[in-house]
Design a protein around this ligand. Structure first.
Ligand SMILES: [Zn+2]
Ligand SMILES: [Zn+2]
Length: 239
């Protein structure tokens, strides 16, 4: 069994801890290092590495990246993220990388800069997809147990907000819309699916309860969670 802890999710900063077999893998470094340390209970000797999706500040905070490197924790990402610090290790698409007991396969995503999602396999053969900050997700990945996937905005809510003159600040077009999240989950639906965690919800153009109920209606699947600061979730082998 693996455990997911959410330190932050959304445009104010993303960071997650994935723990399996006594090893912790950090995913994203878009919050202050002190917040990550606190969530790790100030214990970093079991942190084996960190995956970053892309160079935007809400995923790759420059000061946090420097700290993590200072502490000797390797950071892995796509080539463009190395603009922040060339000590970031560039993992290549189409090639599996081992980080401790985790096996990582990058999934290139379409965003406003180079961006990777990841297929993460644990030592217990749990398959986890992490995908955020993308306009679409068109892949077919077999037998995934846990989906950590962006569900940023809803067309319906966005149009309502536009008609009601709400100030539009979000760059919604580079993020996964509810119907695209549903499409991805439907295309990839299998009896192996145990958990869905919705990531990076927009501040103004989302609705947690509506997102959860739409997805459960469309998929007939109910173990759906919203990634919120402080959430701690057991990713069960069997649901
Ligand atoms: Zn983002
Ligand atoms: Zn981004």
């Amino acid at each position: 069994m693996a455990e997911l802890r959410v330190i932050g999710s959304g445009s104010s900063g993303n960071a997650y801890i994935l723990e399996s077999n006594g090893e912790k893998l950090l995913i994203e470094l878009g919050v202050a290092w002190k917040d990550i340390l606190k969530s790790l209970n100030y214990k970093i000797d079991d942190v084996i590495g960190c995956l970053v999706s892309h160079k935007h500040g809400d995923h790759a905070n420059k000061d946090t990246i420097k700290k993590v490197i200072q502490y000797g924790i390797p950071i892995y990402s796509c080539e463009e993220t190395r603009e922040i610090d060339e000590r970031i290790i560039n993992i290549k698409k189409g090639r599996k990388t081992s980080i401790g007991g985790f096996k990582i396969q990058p999934i290139p995503l379409q965003h406003s800069c180079e961006c990777f999602g990841y297929l993460i396999e644990t030592q217990d053969n749990q398959r986890i997809v992490f995908a955020t900050d993308c306009c679409e997700f068109l892949y077919n990945i077999k037998n995934v147990n846990h989906w950590l996937i962006e569900c940023n905005w809803s067309e319906e809510i966005l149009i309502d907000n536009m008609c009601n003159n709400a100030e539009m600040r979000s760059r919604h077009e580079h993020h996964l819309e509810l119907n695209d999240t549903i499409f991805a989950l439907k295309e990839n639906f299998s009896s192996s699916m145990n958990t869905i965690v919705l990531l990076h919800l927009s501040n103004g153009n989302s609705n947690e309860e509506m997102f959860k109920s739409r997805i459960s209606e469309e998929l007939g699947f109910f173990n759906i969670h919203i990634a919120k600061k402080g959430l701690s979730l057991q990713l069960q082998d069997d649901f």
